[in-house]
Design a protein. Structure first.
Ligand code: PLP
Length: 222
């Protein structure tokens, strides 16, 4: 990706976020754009950093550990979010590497993260992932289990940033975003990590505080 391309893609996404925010009478600055750089090499990421983007997301601990220490050395102030499934045995690596963790979805992981945070003296904010479409193959806790899981996260003193979801593929996402927003309200959490390349504007109108955009910034993944 050339730096011109990175500049124009980034400003186009910011414009679209701002327009969606205005429709919902929200401040565009209340929405954090997470650039999802999974599968892309450092050379593809640098132009976006040069264009001013500072918040990035990866879905694999190992891939992030291979790419990001170098990129962070080059440019201070980068925040890295983990948006993919996390195995409990990688909790320590994740706590060391990431500034936010978006896929907390079960008791065993809450316990592993709490231990890792105590050990590292580092407490990255966590989003609890909800399986909002009740899909068997998807990560996230069942909607009915959310209150109990949030209680466990609070008891373990995980810093709770909010809820995260990936709605079912190929159907209108708005009802699922609206449901996630209601669940957040009902359960007293603030952040809403929802919306990807195809639906982030809808997510912003329905309250997203964090949108996770990959393809619309980097182009299609191989
Ligand atoms: C890959 C990924 C994204 C980005 O998807 P795009 O459609 O490329 O914008 C967002 N969230 C999660 C959890 C992902 O795994």
């Amino acid at each position: 990706m050339s730096s011109d391309t990175a500049d124009s893609r980034l400003s186009a996404i910011h414009d679209r976020i701002a327009r969606a925010a205005r429709i919902a009478a929200r401040a565009p600055g209340d929405v954090t754009l997470i650039a999802i750089s999974k599968t892309h090499e450092a050379d593809a990421i640098r132009p976006l950093i040069a264009a001013g983007q500072r918040v990035f997301g990866e879905n694999r601990v190992q891939e992030a550990a291979a790419k990001w220490p170098m990129l962070r050395d080059e440019t201070p102030g980068i925040a890295l979010h983990l948006v993919g499934q996390l195995q409990s045995n990688k909790a320590e690596d994740a706590v060391a590497l990431f500034d936010a963790i978006h896929a907390v979805d079960r008791s065993s992981l809450i316990a592993a993260l709490a231990r890792a945070m105590d050990k590292a003296y580092r407490r990255p904010p966590c989003f609890v992932q909800v399986n909002i479409g009740d899909e068997p193959q998807k990560g996230g806790c069942a909607v009915v289990d959310l209150p109990a899981l949030l209680a466990e996260a609070r008891a373990a003193e995980l810093p709770l940033a909010g809820l995260m979801a990936v709605p079912p593929f190929g159907v209108e996402a708005a009802p699922y975003f609206a449901l996630l927003a209601k669940l957040a309200r009902d359960n007293g959490v603030v952040g809403l990590s929802m919306g990807m390349s195809d639906d982030f504007e809808t997510a912003v109108t329905l309250g997203a505080t964090h949108v996770r955009v990959g393809t619309a910034l980097f182009g299609a993944r191989a």
